[in-house]
Design a protein around this ligand. Structure first.
Ligand code: R5P
Length: 227
C-alpha cells in the first residue's frame, strides 16, 4: 500500500470513531485531509450531527466547503475528540508536530480535548524522536537574535521558507524556526528549555497529549498511551 493509500486508510478509520453529537477537533495536514473528507461523507450520507473546531485556516476552509459545521473554540466548553496527524511519534506516544506550521492552534485544541488521537503512516514512528526538524513558532521581532541563540545551543536552527523562497508566516502571523536535530534524547528537557526562551510562542514537541495513535499499514495498528 503506498503512502497516499495509507493516509486514506487511517483517515477513513478515524472518521468511523466519531459519534453523533460530538464536538470534534479537526487537525491539519495531508493525513487529516482524508479524515475530513471521510467525516464529511458521514455527515452527508448518514446525517451524522457534529460540530467541528479547526486547527488551521486550511482545515476550516476544507471542512466548511464540505458541509461540516465549524465553530470557534471559545463557543464550546470542550472538545470530545480531536483527530490530528503527527510528524514523528515515539513509543511513549509523544511526538513532533508542526510540519505544516499549525502547531500552535493544534496544541491549544489538543489541550482542550477529552481525547486526542493521531493518525500516521509507519514512516512517522521514531524512537528516539528525530529524523524530522522540530518546528518552533516564534514572534517575528528579533528573530535573527533567537536564531543565534538556538545556534549557540547547538540546535541547528533554520528559518522556514516556502518553495518560492519566502519566509513562512503562520496563521497567527508568526515565523517558524526548524531545529535540525538528528535525535531528541530528552524531549521533556528540550521542551522546558524552549518554553523559557523569550520570543518563543510554542514548540512542536507534544508531550503527554496523544491518548492513542492509529498507524496505517497492511493492518491498522492502534497504539494506546500506557500512563
Ligand atoms: O502543522 C502540521 C501538523 O502538525 C500536521 O499534523 C503534521 O505535520 C502531519 O502532517 P501530515 O499528515 O501531512 O504528514
Amino acid at each position: 500500500m503506498d503512502i497516499v493509500e495509507q493516509k486514506k486508510q487511517v483517515g477513513k478509520y478515524a472518521a468511523s470513531l466519531v459519534e453523533d453529537k460530538m464536538t470534534v477537533g479537526l487537525g491539519t495536514g495531508s493525513t487529516v485531509k482524508f479524515f475530513v473528507d471521510a467525516l464529511a461523507e458521514r455527515v452527508k450520507n448518514e446525517g451524522l450531527d457534529i460540530i467541528g473546531v479547526t486547527t488551521s485556516n486550511r482545515t476550516a476552509e476544507q471542512a466548511t466547503s464540505l458541509g461540516i459545521k465549524i465553530v470557534d473554540l471559545d463557543a464550546v466548553e470542550n472538545i470530545d475528540l480531536t483527530i490530528d496527524g503527527a510528524d514523528r511519534v515515539n513509543q511513549q506516544l509523544d511526538g513532533i508536530k508542526g510540519g505544516g506550521a499549525a502547531l500552535l492552534f493544534e496544541k491549544i485544541v489538543a489541550i482542550n480535548s477529552k481525547q486526542n488521537i493521531w493518525i500516521v503512516d509507519e514512516t512517522k514512528l521514531a524512537d528516539p524522536l528525530g529524523g524530522f526538524p522540530l518546528p518552533v513558532e516564534v514572534v517575528t521581532y528579533g528573530v535573527g537574535h533567537l536564531i543565534e541563540l538556538f545556534a549557540k545551543a547547538d540546535l541547528h536552527p533554520v528559518l522556514r521558507k516556502d518553495a518560492a523562497g519566502e519566509t513562512v508566516v503562520t496563521d497567527n502571523g508568526n515565523y517558524i524556526i526548524d531545529l535540525h536535530l538528528d535525535q531528541i534524547e530528552n524531549p521533556v528537557e528540550l521542551a522546558d528549555w524552549l518554553a523559557q526562551q523569550v520570543g518563543v510562542i510554542e514548540h512542536g514537541l507534544f508531550i503527554n497529549i496523544a491518548n492513542h495513535v492509529i498507524v496505517a499499514g497492511e493492518e491498522i495498528k492502534v497504539l494506546d498511551r500506557k500512563n
